[in-house]
Design a protein. Structure first.
Lengths: 182, 196
């Protein structure tokens, strides 16, 4: 009886521990799975992939908003920091930065009345040292690899044409002391 | 075997308890989960959001609410092993009655099919938003959610005629008063008009 009871509690504890481990691992697993698809679409790290306006064929992620144009990028800051320059857009837009465990660690986006581009440098603990340039916001990522999800509000068809031009003008490049001197 | 089965049951009970304690219901037929998009969300909430709404924004950026309209809520659906999010019935006429002025930058109401993707329809109408809705001079509006356009409807959101579906209300850049009082704020009300 005592042996059976011991086996019962052992298997109960083990089951709970395994299920809990699954819960803890789920966000990292799911974001990595998503990022692998994005990497194929964007042709590698640190490149944006620009989606069209979501309709019934949109399957990049669940519950897309049909009022937003989405762009996404999988960043990797292991070899160098990343410089990002996003042209202004005079309506709602936001770039959400997400780590490798689905935690959003920073947002940059629309500010009323501002006509300046948003410029920032992203780095992580692994990034080789660099000297922060002037005029750039410095953002630290908790993980070396993560995701940008850029959302632009679309009110009219004209907005789509305008945003195509804006999205083509986004600059993302490896930033190091060397590249800054050039 | 009994130990494993008990472990799964205990885990299920923890899941239901955690979800119900984090659920925020609004009496007008909407519900949201506390901690969406937050670094400080508990691991269960984080795992569920990663599965059903990966890359959800924090509450300061956007509030996400799912419409239930008196249909079985998320906990009942979990217990009966039904799909979590598609709580509304195809082939049914619902109305959403509200005011365009929700204290935020902008808002939208979107319809999703059982797979949580947009529901294809000849009108290419997937949502209404604070800038696309037809409202009267006082800001009041009615959205008809139905497989066919009801006579005289000026805001028709096409829904499936058979399968279940869901409605999501997104409120972007809400004022702090709104996200702190989302359980009591007078949001647009979802009403079931009847089966077709």
């Amino acid at each position: 009886m005592k042996k059976k009871l011991g086996l019962f509690f052992f298997s109960l504890t083990l089951t709970l521990a395994l299920l809990w481990a699954g819960v803890l691992a789920a966000p990292g697993y799911l974001v990595n799975k998503r990022n692998q698809e994005y990497l194929i679409q964007a042709n590698g790290y640190n490149n944006f992939y620009h989606q069209g306006l979501p309709d019934e064929k949109f399957k990049a992620f669940v519950s897309p908003s049909p009022d937003l144009l989405y762009s996404y990028l999988v960043f990797n800051t292991e070899k160098s920091a990343l410089a990002v320059e996003i042209p202004p857009y005079n309506d709602y837009w936001v770039n959400q930065m997400v780590d490798d465990n689905t935690d959003s660690f920073a947002y940059v986006g629309y500010k009323t009345g501002s006509s300046d581009p948003i410029k920032f440098i992203l780095y992580s603990d692994d990034t080789p040292p660099f000297e922060a340039p002037e005029g750039y916001q410095i953002i630290k990522s908790p993980s070396t690899i993560g995701t940008f999800l850029l959302r632009y509000l679309v009110r009219t068809q004209d907005d789509i044409r305008h945003l195509e031009s804006i999205r083509r003008s986004i600059r993302v490049y490896a930033f190091s002391n060397e590249s800054n001197k050039q | 075997m009994l130990g494993i089965a008990s472990g799964v049951t205990v885990f299920g009970a923890i899941l239901v308890f955690q979800l119900s304690s984090n659920l925020i219901n609004n009496p007008n037929g909407w519900a949201t989960v506390r901690g969406v998009g937050s670094v400080n969300a508990d691991p269960l909430t984080k795992a569920i959001i990663a599965k059903v709404g990966i890359f959800a924004n924090s509450k300061e950026q956007a509030i996400y609410l799912t419409g239930f309209a008196g249909e079985p809520g998320i906990i009942k659906r979990l217990l009966s092993k039904e799909k979590l999010t598609s709580s509304l019935k195809g082939g049914t006429h619902y109305q959403i009655i509200g005011n365009v002025h929700i204290p935020s930058n902008w808002w939208s109401i979107t319809l999703y099919n059982e797979q949580d993707f947009l529901h294809g329809n000849p009108e290419n109408r997937f949502s209404f938003s604070s800038f696309s809705i037809n409202a009267n001079e006082k800001g009041k509006f009615i959205i008809d959610v139905s497989p066919t356009r009801p006579p005289g409807s000026i805001n028709w959101l096409p829904s499936p005629d058979k399968n279940g579906f869901s409605l999501k209300l997104r409120i972007y850049e809400p004022l702090p008063d709104l996200y702190n009082n989302i359980s009591t704020y007078e949001l647009p009300k979802i009403l079931k008009v009847g089966a077709l």
